[in-house]
Write a protein that binds this ligand. Structure first.
Ligand code: COA
Length: 164
């Protein structure tokens, strides 16, 4: 699948804010009361969100973000690296598309800023995501917990060293 990346648009942000992931990934669902705020966050240029579409159908298939929007409060981000966040459309998850999807995002990031060193912060329970990143050379380098609106959450930080 050839993918097209574009700065987040209002239409794509509105779609993404309504995506519904099945449990246990429902933690990524946007509650209806927070939808407008989520759309604003997706559209803030400083958050560097990009909509990702399938070239042939033009359909929105996911999104990514870079920098501070891909960090989680409480994590240690002292080491220089480009933080990357990813989201695949719910109906496309769990079909082993993750590594190709993430690889395309890293290629796009490198074309933009030649990052070389990448970091991802992933919910500790989300072994599927950790495994997908692991297949691209990411290694777990730390873990932390924080207190969010939905209670205590555990996180892992994964890092992909240079020269991958
Ligand atoms: C994270 C994401 C990109 C992964 O892509 P995906 O296509 O769903 O993942 P895959 O189907 O490629 O699965 C990756 C690996 O995890 C494995 N896996 C699936 N469910 C698993 C589970 N519950 N526990 C452990 N491993 C699991 C798969 O078997 C696969 O490994 P394998 O190919 O060696 O068998 C995608 O699920 C996504 O964007 N989800 C949105 C919600 C989310 O998780 N966001 C967090 C992003 S950091």
């Amino acid at each position: 699948m050839r993918l097209t990346f574009a700065p987040m648009s209002a239409g794509a942000a509105a779609d993404i804010a309504q995506w519904i992931y099945p449990s246990p990934y429902d933690v990524y669902n946007v509650p209806p009361s927070y939808r407008d705020d989520a759309i604003s966050e997706l559209l803030k240029p400083a958050n560097a969100y990009y909509a990702i579409s399938d070239d042939s159908s033009g359909e929105l298939i996911g999104f990514c973000c870079f920098g501070i929007s891909a960090q989680v409060p409480g994590g240690d981000y002292a080491a220089p690296a480009l933080d990357v966040g990813v989201g695949l459309r719910p109906d496309l998850t769990g079909r082993r598309f993750g590594p190709d999807f993430i690889a395309a995002i890293l290629d796009f990031a490198n074309a933009l800023v030649n990052a070389a060193v990448f970091r991802a912060t992933i919910a500790a329970f989300n072994e599927r995501s950790q495994r997908a990143f692991g297949k691209l050379g990411f290694e777990k380098i730390g873990e932390f917990s924080n207190e969010g609106p939905k209670g205590r959450r555990d996180w892992v930080i994964m890092f992909r060293p240079d020269a991958q």
